[in-house]
Design a binder for this molecule. Structure first.
Ligand code: UD1
Ligand code: CA
Length: 454
């Protein structure tokens, strides 16, 4: 039997007080809706329907190119009404699994149990027991402890409100059954809405077995309605990721001060100090050490790389044995070969540095190709931009560039060249020679510094 997933995402998200649709707010660096979509993909769903509301075009736009069926629910007349918009597009024999665009951390295993039950012809319902069940729909059970219906908080009497077992909202059932029940829904309730939850009572009346299951962890079923709730779930998510990394052998100096907003692959004996943020796709080889306060985005670190404190690294490749920082910035297109050293207050952009070269202090290297065994002296700058165009600097192997040199690109420095400190290099530098561009030093005897008159 086929499986189709329906994601309800038409709610306004008013309590976020944001111009951004709620499901586009990010958790672990990915939009809430993307988390839910990846669950549906884990389950190999044959189709994913997303019910969106007015103003939801931004949401559609953010997922252009994904194979999704978008269904507009013009007016938010309730969760049952939302499903009614989709059900005509789903064939009777198909299993329907209902997910929520703002409940991002549901586990695939939790859902799989439900899908299996629905495929056996039952109605699968995910429930949970909350110490504070206020606001949720309550699970009403009969004398035999069998589920008989769900009552919404606003419709419940005091005895029902005392029930602590709640409806998480997640359910799975065959499309044919769901269709027959949805068509019978009425708005005759406290909120004047079509409640999806009314189908439970109808299923019981039709003799369908309700198979309830519970999530492993409460946070799986927590929805996000406010920035505070978003922050709470973010910490939950981060702590889960940190636990998983530690289980893989990563040393996190403080798992509560580590943020992964994307995908990380790690080798053995990786050590990560506090306040490190890893974003996008990051790969760390064996024995990589990351110092405190480092941000790494979409980059690869080879084995035995050390990133010292306070570095920002983006779209860079750092090969085996390199040492970077403290306070270095590697911008997109930086490619460091093995054993390169990059020191403090150095910025590198769109440049390659070959094996064993050193750029240790206060330099800007842009649009450059630097050979192996090169020493770039303190304060050296490639002047790569003429106000209109960017130009290349090419430095051969075993070059020594003296401190405070400006390399006015385009310019090429031959292998083994030495450039004296303080040079302004505007022409190509020959290999193997010493090149200077320096005004002769002079002294004016007896010169007096001006002083203020009393
Ligand atoms: C719903 C359940 C309640 C459950 C709770 C769990 C119903 C009637 N009640 O209540 O039993 O305990 O979720 O959080 O189902 N949505 C639409 N279109 C609509 C209305 C809602 O797409 O017309 C979407 C929302 O975007 C949201 C989800 O459905 O993702 C739930 O809607 P919400 O208003 O939060 O439902 P609750 O009243 O909290
Ligand atoms: Ca809700």
């Amino acid at each position: 039997m086929g499986l189709e997933v329906v994601i309800l995402a038409a709610g306004q998200g008013t309590r976020m007080r944001s111009d951004l649709p709620k499901v586009l707010h990010t958790l672990g660096g990915r939009p809430l809706l993307e988390h839910v979509l990846s669950r549906a993909q884990d389950l190999d769903a044959d189709a994913i329907h997303v019910v969106y509301g007015h103003g939801g075009e931004k949401v559609r736009g953010a997922f252009k190119g994904c194979d999704l069926r978008w269904v507009l629910q013009e007016k938010q007349l309730g969760t049952g009404h939302a499903l009614l918009q989709v059900i005509p597009d789903i064939q009777d024999g198909t299993t329907v699994l209902v997910l929520y665009g703002d409940v991002p951390l549901i586990r695939t295993d939790t859902l799989r149990v439900m899908v299996d039950a629905a495929q056996d012809g039952d109605l699968a319902l995910l429930t949970a027991t909350f110490t504070d069940p206020g606001g949720y729909g309550r699970i009403v059970r009969d004398d035999m402890a069998k589920i008989s219906r769900i009552v919404e908080h606003k419709d419940a009497n005091d005895a029902e409100r005392a029930i602590t077992e709640i409806n998480t909202g997640f359910l799975a059932v065959s499309a044919g059954l769901l269709r027959s029940w949805l068509e019978q829904l009425s708005r005759d309730n406290a909120q004047g809405e079509y409640y999806l939850t009314d189908v439970i009572g109808m299923a019981v009346a039709d003799g369908i077995t309700i198979v309830d299951s519970q999530p492993q962890d409460e946070w799986e079923v927590l929805g996000i309605n406010s920035c505070a709730e978003l922050a709470q779930l973010e910490r939950k998510h981060q702590s889960e990721q940190a636990q998983a990394l530690m289980a893989q052998g990563v040393t996190l100096r403080d798992p509560s001060r580590f943020d992964l907003r994307g995908e990380l692959s790690v080798g053995r004996d990786v050590v990560i100090d506090i306040n490190v943020i890893l974003e996008g796709k990051v790969s760390l080889g064996d024995r990589v050490h990351i110092g405190a306060n480092v941000v790494i985005r979409n980059s690869t670190m080879g084995d035995d790389v050390t990133i010292k404190e306070n570095c920002v690294i983006e779209e860079a490749r750092v090969a085996r044995g390199c040492q970077v920082g403290p306070f270095a910035r590697l911008r997109p297109g930086t490619d460091l070969a093995n054993d390169v050293h990059v020191g403090n207050f150095v910025e590198i952009k769109k440049s390659s540095v070959a094996r064993g070269s050193k750029v240790n202090h206060l330099s800007y290297i842009g649009d450059s190709k630097i050979g192996s065994g090169v020493n770039i002296g303190a304060g050296t700058i490639t002047c790569n931009y003429d106000g209109a165009y960017k130009h290349q600097t090419i430095i051969g192997d075993d070059v020594f560039v003296g401190s405070a040199t400006q390399l006015v690109a385009p310019v090429t420095v031959g292998d083994g060249a030495t450039i004296g400190a303080g040079a302004t290099i505007t022409n190509n530098v020959p290999a193997g020679e010493l090149t200077l561009s320096r005004v002769k030093q002079k002294t004016i005897p007896g010169w007096k510094r001006p002083v203020k008159k009393p």
